[in-house]
Design a protein. Structure first.
Length: 232
């Protein structure tokens, strides 16, 4: 089936892909994954640094989403706070599914498994990582899925939901075409991708409990994480 993109859609895809490629975790932070300290405490500290760096990357990426900076300022904050965990699950899924240099992936998985997260959350988390890996998303689909997650209108405290809906729909139209283009044999592929967004919401509920149990064990977060996750 022939897929054609409008001029606007081509421009939008280019902006989103450039932003997605530009904002990677700095190599020195990612390299720290390979240092040889593996205590639960050390793993937690490394993952905290990773998450903090990832939030900075996420904010920069979000600012490049066309139309985002024209939204009401408080709504911009509400969208970032409401989507940060889900965007990081997507990003960590891509990192664990071989986006990272060989060796980093196993180390990263090991550190997540041994960072004080209880088994009841580890299972669904790694099921999600596996389900993302099985989709074999191309970069455009990964970047658009992250964009669609950020532009979710029904996050808490969003005032002008229709404005967010209009931006999200533009990204959804583009993603639908991308799926037909890159997965012509799988007519249900787009629906499968959107199904992952539902799974992300469940994971972000688990994440709130993960944070609570880390805090009970007196684990400290960085100021940026405290601000975006409303903790401490
Ligand atoms: C505060 C910390 C302990 C934490 O709390 N919840 C989670 C948490 C967890 Cl444990 C899982 C999923 C989401 C969150 Cl917020 C985390 C750890 O968060 C992250 C964040 C990003 C992560 C990771 C792991 C990988 N990445 C992405 C990554 C790593 C290396 C390179 C690149 C790159 O793009 O180049 C990307 C962990």
């Amino acid at each position: 089936k022939k897929v054609s993109f409008t001029k606007e859609q081509q421009a939008l895809m280019k902006v989103i892909i450039d932003a997605y490629n530009k904002h990677q975790i700095p190599q020195d932070v990612a390299k720290k994954l390979l240092q040889d300290k593996y205590s639960t405490e050390e793993n937690f500290l490394l993952l905290t640094e990773m998450a903090t760096s990832q939030v900075q990357v996420l904010v920069e990426f979000t600012k490049n989403i066309p139309g985002f900076l024209s939204l009401d300022r408080e709504d911009q904050i509400a969208l970032l706070k409401g989507s940060a965990v889900e965007a990081m699950f997507l990003r960590s899924a891509q990192a664990l599914n071989k986006k990272m240099p060989i060796g980093h992936t196993e180390v990263l998985e090991e550190r997540i498994r041994k960072s004080g997260i209880s088994e009841e959350f580890i299972k669904p988390m790694f099921n999600f990582y596996k389900s993302i890996g099985e989709l074999h998303m191309v970069l455009e689909e990964q970047a658009l899925l992250t964009t669609i997650t950020i532009l979710t209108p029904d996050r808490p405290y969003v005032k002008d939901q229709p404005a967010v809906e209009r931006l999200q729909e533009t990204a959804l139209d583009l993603l639908r075409k991308m799926c037909v283009l890159h997965h012509p044999q799988e007519p249900q592929y787009f629906a499968r991708l959107l199904g992952r967004l539902t799974e992300l919401r469940t994971l972000s509920h688990y994440h709130a409990e993960m944070l609570a149990s880390w805090r009970v064990n007196d684990h400290k977060f960085t100021p940026l994480l405290c601000e975006i996750w409303d903790v401490q």
